[in-house]
Design a binder for this molecule. Structure first.
Ligand SMILES: Nc1ncnc2c1ncn2[C@@H]1O[C@H](COP(=O)(O)OP(=O)(O)O)[C@@H](O)[C@H]1O
Ligand SMILES: [Mg+2]
Length: 240
């Protein structure tokens, strides 16, 4: 495969394309809680779609600072730093409605989501485990079943605007792996993150958020297992 191939699995060219392409609005995504747009990108004869979330379209939230687009991008860089390909390539850039996040659009089978993937695709459970670990480290408060997209044999996580709060507020539908050991490769990646968190993540978060991220990372390393939910209440709403 040539190295300049455009694919969400080859980060460099995909990121360059997202950053440089011309953006044309295709439409607003149905069901989106904020102003979330499907856009057409074109650059040097190549085209692809993306999800554009302008900061101006954000619905104000009482428990999150504005700038959800920064969290979308930080989530990508966290996934990239861990080498787990949970989050499709994402950049921050100017767009038709001002600055926002622009994320690679994955061609997903929308009849599938976390619950159906868990049920029917045991061969993909390792990828679901990675998402569970990612969500704990990122402190994701909104891992709905429908925020897991399957494209081919790859499971992607989307919608990470509500991650990285300094207070622990994980809300997810992924609890099936709780108590299981985390595999050694992932532990090694978590250790590397803890000892040297990349600037690409740190620069998008506050000092308190980075400190909390490292405490959560350390917790996974120390326990060595997928966390559980003693309260039984750490679920997003709606579930799908
Ligand atoms: N990277 C992506 N690739 C494909 N579809 C996506 C992607 N990101 C979002 N979507 C689609 O757009 C919908 C709305 O996106 P989401 O990130 O959930 O926005 P919101 O922040 O408004 O909830 C999702 O339910 C999904 O169908
Ligand atoms: Mg959403």
């Amino acid at each position: 495969m040539p190295t300049d191939e455009l694919s969400p699995h080859i980060d460099g060219p995909a990121l360059d394309f997202l950053a440089a392409a011309e953006i044309e609005i295709e439409g607003r995504m149905p069901w989106s809680s904020n102003a979330t747009f499907l856009v057409n990108l074109a650059h040097e004869g190549r085209t692809h779609q993306a999800i554009y979330k302008p900061v101006r379209g954000e619905r104000p939230l009482w428990d999150f600072e504005p700038g959800l687009h920064r969290r979308e991008c930080a989530a990508y860089h966290l996934s990239n730093a861990l080498g787990i390909q949970v989050v499709p390539p994402t950049v921050i850039r100017e767009g038709p409605f001002g600055e926002g996040s622009v994320q690679w659009f994955v061609e997903a089978d929308h009849s599938q989501h976390y619950f159906t993937i868990f049920e029917n695709r045991e061969d993909l459970h390792q990828q679901l485990r990675r998402i569970a670990a990612f969500d704990f480290v990122a402190n994701n408060t909104d891992r709905k079943s429908g925020h897991c997209l399957i494209a081919g044999d790859h499971v992607w996580g989307i919608d990470h605007g509500l991650c990285f709060a300094a207070d622990f507020k994980l809300r997810t539908v992924i609890w099936e792996f709780s108590g299981e050991p985390i595999d050694p490769n992932l532990i090694a990646a978590l250790e590397a993150l803890r000892s040297d968190p990349p600037a690409s993540v740190k620069d998008l978060l506050s000092t308190a958020e980075v400190e909390a991220l490292l405490v959560r990372t350390d917790h996974l390393i120390t326990t060595g297992e997928f966390p559980g939910d003693e309260t039984g209440q750490r679920y997003p709403w709606p579930l799908v």
